[in-house]
Write a protein that binds this ligand. Structure first.
Ligand code: AN0
Ligand code: CP
Length: 318
């Protein structure tokens, strides 16, 4: 594997989950692969889980790891070509990328959607510039429109906890006070569409996701109907995708918050969220603290999804 930006890069998904579960049983078995190799993790946005789990995954594989927070201590980067750089940005991404690549063998990139230009966000201009100009293998640590390390960890978690061969998995929008990207739900939908699950998306009108990721999955605007009989409830807020509201909050409808009453509609279902989560908006305290909450095992599996991806990249470098 050379690049990891979406589910397509994993090939056979069942095989990938199997490999991840094997790695989980003995996460130090591949320490030789990363010997004298350096992982560079470049963050244009904040992170707790991705930062820790991906660094740990690299270390499990015997790599040295460098973390660069571009907005804390590095020069502010211009990303557009053809501009006169007389503002607050001191360096251009097109120099910064080849410089960064001098000091590493593998690069992870986190760069959120800006919501300024839907086309640019959905063309994934930042991560694609890393792919084009670094000369190194590149993987997504959540980019403008996708978070495939999260969705891979979510699938591993579902695989570990499912009680029936083909569980019902519901991705539901929930209210939030700030505009958030569609990256997490996009990737979750992309993975669930490939997995052996009965997948349903529930969101208020005006919040339909991009068809490239929904891919004909069932979509309903009635959350209660979707939750009926669900084995897994995956809550997430996202801002509107459709024009003219791209990147905007158009509803804060608190009747979509996942509460004990909502979970009572399910088949004793599990609650999932990628974290970070705002309690009281997305989910109530009792649900997230309850016995059916998978948020911590899900976060723990981020180490395993990252390690599986980096292992495959390292194997490609041998
Ligand atoms: C981000 C998002 O919704 O994409 C990161 C989630 C992993 N969340 C926030 O910015 C709160
Ligand atoms: N779930 C996730 O990616 O969390 P962070 O933003 O903290 O990395």
């Amino acid at each position: 594997m050379r690049y990891y930006t979406g589910v397509k890069d994993l090939g056979n998904l069942q095989e990938a989950v199997k490999e991840a579960l094997e790695i989980k049983k003995n996460r130090f078995a591949y320490k030789h692969l990363g010997e004298n190799k350096t992982l560079l993790m470049v963050f244009f946005n904040n992170s707790l889980r991705t930062r820790l789990s991906t660094q740990k995954a690299g270390m499990n594989l015997g790599m040295n790891t460098i973390v660069l927070d571009v907005n804390q201590g590095a020069w502010k980067l211009e990303t557009e070509r053809g501009v006169i750089m007389d503002g607050d940005k001191s360096e251009h991404l097109l120099e910064a990328i080849p410089v960064m690549s001098q000091f590493c063998d593998v690069i992870g990139v986190r760069s959120f959607a800006t919501f300024e230009d839907k086309q640019k966000d959905y063309e994934e201009t930042i991560v694609n510039q890393f792919i084009k100009y670094s000369g190194k293998p590149v993987f997504s640590m959540e980019t403008a429109t996708c978070h495939p390390l999260q969705a891979f960890a979510d699938l591993i978690t579902i695989e570990e906890h499912k009680k029936v061969a083909r569980p019902k998995v519901v991705l539901t929008w929930a209210p939030h006070c700030r505009a958030l990207p569609q990256a997490v739900p996009n990737s979750f939908a992309d993975f669930m569409n490939e997995a052996d699950v009965d997948f349903v998306i529930a969101n208020p009108e005006g919040y339909d996701l991009c068809e490239k990721f929904v891919r004909g999955a069932k979509v309903t605007h009635n959350q209660d109907e979707a939750l009926a009989g669900a084995d897994f409830v995956y809550a997430k807020n996202w801002s509107a995708y459709d024009d003219p509201n791209y990147g905007k909050i158009i509803s804060k409808d608190m009747s979509w918050t996942i509460s004990a009453e909502k979970m009572a509609l399910t088949n004793n279902g599990y609650f999932m969220h990628c974290l970070p989560v705002r309690r009281g908006l997305i989910v109530t305290d009792d649900v997230i603290e309850g016995p059916n909450s998978l948020v911590i095992p899900e976060a723990a599996n981020r180490e395993i999804s990252a390690q599986t991806v980096i292992k495959r990249i390292l194997e490609g470098l041998q």
